[in-house]
Design a protein around this ligand. Structure first.
Ligand code: TYD
Ligand code: MG
Length: 458
């Protein structure tokens, strides 16, 4: 006889415990335990040698049909690139993002783009909004896809059945936290519901070949709510990011079984939906002031794509015992390191100065390749000496003030040349790019911050 056992599961990380706890020992979340009951089969005393299931047949590599993944065209280049070329049949994709960032907008556009080209309908299931609301949004965005079906439903089993019957070419579930199955005795959004519903959609995708998109909400610390198990289950995890007061949105892939990760697509939120930005470098530099002190451009890699970014610095005399170091879109620890290196290795006195560094356009630069640009911006600001408008700076700065190499240098230089930049300061390793210069850009190799400063007359 199976007996029921009660267990408590953390909503955030999936940690299990026989008792409810105030604070999860695994992820430190407070009040996050949900009760789940489990049926436990009694352990059979003697293990017999009789097989308990028929054996499965493994395949040789040569027996596996490797028709390259059959992809469905998305109709949006930026999304297609992030997915690795299109939507793979039978794939399960999770797309996360803050509330209001534009997940529903993006997926409505995606659904309409696919529906335009597909024979079978695309099914958009909303568990949060009524059909009227979803329809209103689609109309406002000027969409008129006869092949796009809307459904407002929260019962996972009903959704699975509907997807099967409509033979949808793509199904979108907005959101996984709002759906539930009657088989699990817990509230929608709890771990056990998430796990069970996601499993049903996974089985549906794999057995029917219908690609499924799940929208997932993000918790306050930036992870897709619910246990990590959701991210393990799906084939692809995408994040839609953006600042609330900024119209740009970045779509990133953090996991992709069918394509590259860390690829980004750039969009602009407008009155009629998201518009693809195919040349982000030009957009992010559009408002750049000419000849302003404290502004330097660098080229950061977003996935496989180089994007030009403007780094600004403002240095002003501090009235505090411990001067401020404030970074927006830039790593604060790196800023501390750069100010220390500038003081010790380049003779730039910053001990009584507040230093602010900002990456324009609400972007984030994570790479050390932006060090040189940030350091030059700081010195340009303190000396009130504008740097040439047609200059880009690349390179990681080491603790002894030396300039270190950066990856994909040629691609970065090419992008800068494309946008009309004429001069690049780069680490000494860049020398071989000078000999076989495929682009119209003068590359000045510098081996230290001090050398970079003196080459610019700072
Ligand atoms: P939405 O897609 O509902 O966000 P999410 O599903 O991620 O919660 O988008 C919400 C925001 O987008 C809302 O504040 C209004 C804005 N928006 C536009 O600016 N233009 C549009 O065409 C649409 C549909 C939304
Ligand atoms: Mg939404």
């Amino acid at each position: 006889m199976p007996r029921a056992r009660t267990e408590y599961v953390c909503r955030e990380c999936g940690y299990r415990n026989p008792r409810s706890l105030g604070r999860c020992p695994e992820c430190d979340a407070w009040g996050s335990f949900d009760e789940v009951s489990q049926r436990v089969a009694p352990v059979t005393a003697v293990r017999s040698h009789a097989p308990s299931a028929a054996a499965a047949r493994p395949l040789r590599l040569s027996e596996i049909e490797s028709a390259d993944f059959d992809r469905i065209a998305v109709g949006m280049d930026e999304v297609g690139r992030v997915l690795g070329g299109g939507i793979v049949r039978g794939s399960l994709t999770l797309i996360g993002g803050d509330p209001g960032v534009g997940k529903s907008t993006l997926l409505t556009q995606l659904a309409s783009g696919v529906a335009d080209g597909a024979r079978d309908p695309v099914l958009y299931v909303s568990g949060e909004e009524s059909v009227a609301q979803v329809g209103l949004r689609a109309r406002r965005m000027g969409l008129d896809a006869p092949n796009l079906l809307f459904l407002s439903e929260t019962d996972a089993d009903a959704i699975v059945e509907t997807v099967r019957q409509t033979q949808a070419s793509v199904a979108i579930i907005d959101s996984i936290q709002s759906v539930m199955t009657q088989d699990v005795d817990a509230l929608p959004g709890s771990v056990s519901q998430l796990r069970e519903c996601a499993l049903r959609f996974l089985q549906l995708a794999k057995s029917s070949g219908v690609p499924i998109f799940l929208v997932g909400h993000v918790t306050k610390d930036g992870a897709i709510a619910g246990p990590k198990v959701l991210e393990h289950m799906v084939d692809t995890v995408l994040y839609l990011e953006g600042e609330r007061f900024n119209q740009y949105r970045l779509l990133r892939s953090t996991k992709n079984r069918f394509g590259p990760t860390h690829e980004v697509g750039v969009f602009e939120m407008q009155g009629h939906g998201l518009v693809e930005v195919s040349n982000p470098s030009a957009v992010f530099l559009a408002e750049r002031a000419r000849s302003a002190a404290g502004s330097v451009v660098t080229v950061a890699m977003e996935g496989t794509r180089p994007i030009l970014q403007e780094i600004q610095a403002l240095v002003s005399r501090s009235s505090l015992a411990m001067p401020r170091r404030t970074a927006t879109g830039f790593d604060a620890n790196r800023l501390h390191l750069l100010t220390a290196v500038l003081s010790r290795r380049a003779g730039v006195a910053l001990h009584d100065q507040d230093v602010y560094v900002n990456v324009v356009g609400g972007l984030r630069v994570e790479e050390p390749a932006a060090d040189l640009a940030a350091a030059l911006a700081i010195v340009s600001s303190i000396r009130d000496h504008p740097l040439p408008n047609d200059l880009v700076a690349l390179g990681e700065i080491g603790l002894s003030g030396e300039l270190r190499g950066v990856g994909q240098l040629e691609q970065r230089l090419r992008e800068a040349a494309k946008l009309g930049f004429l001069r690049a300061l780069a680490p000494p390793g860049a020398r071989h790019h000078i000999d076989r210069r495929p682009f119209d850009l003068e590359v000045v190799p510098v081996s230290s911050v001090r050398e970079a400063l003196s080459s610019l007359g700072l």
